[in-house]
Design a protein around this ligand. Structure first.
Ligand code: ZN
Length: 311
């Protein structure tokens, strides 16, 4: 059996790009690590946020569709994106949510306390304290490394066939089943970030793709060779897997699991320093070679975005 270390990135569809930047950079204090375009739809942004260098397991990416059709979170999607914060920091985060008048609830799952809230476009998020995972050195405003989001705690999967999704995670992707409690079964991967996956085992409404929903979840492959192994292994297990796609910062293959959630396997290398230095990550619009000749046109058609110290 092959084993993934855990989540590589999560990609979602949101609304206006400035509202997206205001929420993830200015409220949550994540670093905008890459400003590029959707390679399949170059007139829209593809924005990446993560820890200080965009390590695998910390990366959330967005396709902002300003004025796009609202989606519905439901079965066949990642239902909740979970972020890990350092031990002892949840009080700080609760105050920060209050300061920004973000409505939240406090929930308990598997003995852990979660602050649950929605982002600016309706995406379900939650924060939970975790010992595991290294500190994020990125400091934004009063969010120091002792308080900063470390990366993904994990995710809650809303599968339309939970038994098949749990089987895939446990029997094919090498996650370990931890426990079942109420509506959820918990799995753990061997990585120390993006490693706790809760699968909702009770049926809900069907999800609809659109603004405010997760488009796909990507799992980690060590390198290109490992990814090719995943590709043939998944095909042997009757999953329709795409050819390898070059996403500049990683290579990607995609398949839809039987519970209808779009899965990707993404390589850890080469990472986000491939086309701009660490100090300048996220500052310039980065285009893949084939679009460089359209730079002026694209720069003029994309809404300018800025990171505001306060929103
Ligand atoms: Zn992806």
């Amino acid at each position: 059996m092959k084993k993934t270390a855990g989540i590589h990135h999560i990609s979602a569809i949101v609304g206006h790009p400035q509202e997206n930047v205001d929420f993830y950079a200015s409220v949550l204090g994540l670093r905008l690590i890459k400003k590029t375009i959707n390679f399949d739809d170059p007139e829209t942004y593809h924005l990446y946020f993560g820890d200080d260098m965009g390590n695998p397991g910390t990366i959330i990416t967005f396709f902002p569709w300003a004025g796009g059709q609202k989606g519905r979170i439901g079965d066949g999607q990642v239902g909740v994106t979970s972020y890990a914060v350092p031990k002892g920091s949840l009080g700080f985060w609760e105050n920060r949510l209050k300061k920004y008048e973000i409505v939240y609830t406090k929930e308990s799952r598997f003995g852990e306390t979660y602050l649950q809230f929605d982002d600016a476009h309706g995406l379900h998020l939650e924060l939970v304290e975790r010992e595991e995972g290294k500190q994020n050195p990125w400091t934004f405003s009063d969010i120091t490394p002792e308080l900063a989001i470390k990366g993904f705690a994990g995710a809650v999967l809303y599968s339309s066939k939970p038994e098949e999704t749990t089987q895939l995670l446990e029997e094919k992707m090498g996650l370990e089943k931890v426990a079942t409690e109420g509506d959820f079964t918990r799995f753990r991967s061997y990585g120390e970030i993006g490693n706790i996956i809760d699968v909702k085992i009770t049926p809900g409404i069907r999800g609809l793709m659109g603004v405010g929903t997760v488009h796909h979840i990507a799992w980690r492959a060590k390198d290109d060779a490992d990814q090719l192994e995943w590709q043939s292994y998944l095909r042997e297990n009757n999953y329709g897997v795409t050819p390898v796609k070059d996403r500049n910062y990683f290579n990607a293959i995609y398949f839809r699991e039987h519970g209808e959630i779009l899965f990707e396997i993404a390589t850890d290398p080469p990472g986000f320093s491939i086309d701009e230095p660490y100090e300048k990550l996220g500052q310039e619009l980065k285009l893949p070679k084939q679009y460089e000749k359209f730079r002026t046109y694209l720069e003029n058609s994309l809404f300018p975005i800025e990171i505001k110290p306060n929103v």
